[in-house]
Design a protein around this ligand. Structure first.
Ligand SMILES: [Zn+2]
Length: 196
């Protein structure tokens, strides 16, 4: 199906929900109109304005729900530096402050130079893992250097753990508010302060 409208409109973002109204992904107006036209989705929130297919006129969707799909994709949380930062909610686990992504790093709680001595294990065994990495601001990270926490008199804000679940979607609060997505962002979404 060919939907027509301005390119900006057709490419603008649409929140796609499953049939239980849980957010699955972010798509485009163009794809959402195709889903609606083929009766695979129905509009939930619409914006002012219209887009055209050869035979139909549609209100511009902002949120759609997929018909007959009430599943929710399960995904094991990949181990990555970014996910360590997300697990810790972008809060430095040493000073307890929240920072923007550009000021955040991950820190090995037990540093490389002391790992074998402290744990009796080699570096392949748990050094770079969920349990030995925490989100740290770059200032705390550089102050900590190669020291152990007790040498500095520091304590962790939270004990690190392997998360079973992290939200799939990261959406700016401002965008979610503007597009009427907020009521559907209660699950599977991390809302962040960003102007994007
Ligand atoms: Zn810090």
């Amino acid at each position: 199906m060919n939907a027509t409208g301005t390119v900006a409109t057709l490419n603008s973002e649409v929140l796609v929900l499953n049939s239980a109204f849980l957010p699955l992904r972010i798509s485009t107006v163009k794809e959402a109109i195709c889903l609606i036209a083929s009766e695979r989705a129905k509009p939930v929130v619409e914006e002012d304005g219209y887009v055209h297919s050869p035979s139909m006129i549609y209100r511009i969707p902002s949120v759609v729900s997929v018909i007959g799909y009430n599943k929710f994709p399960k995904r094991k949380v990949a181990f990555s530096k970014l996910n360590v930062i997300y697990r810790d909610d972008m809060v430095c686990q040493y000073c307890g402050s929240r920072f923007s992504m550009r000021d955040l790093t991950v820190d090995h709680i037990i540093p490389r130079s002391k790992w074998e001595q402290v744990t009796g294990k080699d570096l392949r065994n748990g050094f770079s893992s969920w349990l030995n990495l925490v989100c740290a601001c770059r200032w705390c990270n550089s102050r900590k250097g190669n020291k152990l926490l007790h040498e500095l008199g520091w304590a962790l804000l939270n004990q690190p753990y392997e998360p079973e679940y992290l939200p799939h979607l990261v959406i700016s609060f401002e965008k979610a508010r503007r597009k009427g997505w907020l009521p559907y962002c209660t699950f599977n979404v991390r809302l962040i302060n960003s102007r994007v």
